[in-house]
Design a protein. Structure first.
Length: 154
């Protein structure tokens, strides 16, 4: 993880939760050529708890958006913990945001903005916003949001 990104996280005063350990047969991140792929991350709290519930049910859209922001903090923690020191992220390329939502809930993009707005602050407007999908589904452990992302390396 580049010194520059660690400094930016500190400059923004972001408090990162512990990086999650894989709960299955997968890698937290993988570098292929100039791309860094990050496995789906959930909203892990600093006490290792999870933000759980269905958006549109037990959680409203604002709580869902905060859960998506927390996923961003979890992903930054994963990057800090697992990325080689000599790698530097140039930009966000692709985000897949999955919202644990009731069938009636239709504001998935609004929820995933919580993640995207955080990435824009960390990497800047130009490099922190990439292409994105935001969908609703049922998620493991009843987590509120799961997000995976692809980054371009310098």
């Amino acid at each position: 993880m580049s010194k520059e990104l660690k400094e930016r996280i500190q400059e923004l005063g972001l408090e990162l939760p512990p990086a999650p350990e894989p709960l299955g047969v997968y890698r937290p991140l993988l570098v292929v050529g100039s791309y860094l792929y990050v496995s789906g991350q959930g909203p892990i709290l600093n006490n290792r708890g999870l933000i759980q519930g269905k958006v549109g049910g037990s959680l409203d859209r604002e709580q869902g958006k905060l859960a998506a922001r927390q996923v961003g903090l979890t992903m930054l923690s994963t990057l800090v913990t697992h990325m080689d020191d000599d790698l530097q992220i140039q930009r966000v390329v692709k985000v897949l945001g999955m919202v644990n939502a009731t069938p009636e809930f239709e504001e998935h993009p609004y929820v995933i903005n919580g993640f995207s707005e955080l990435m824009a602050k960390v990497f800047g407007e130009e490099n922190g916003i990439g292409v994105r999908s935001a969908v609703g589904m049922s998620l493991p452990q009843n987590i509120a949001v799961e997000i995976e992302a692809h980054f371009l390396l310098k």
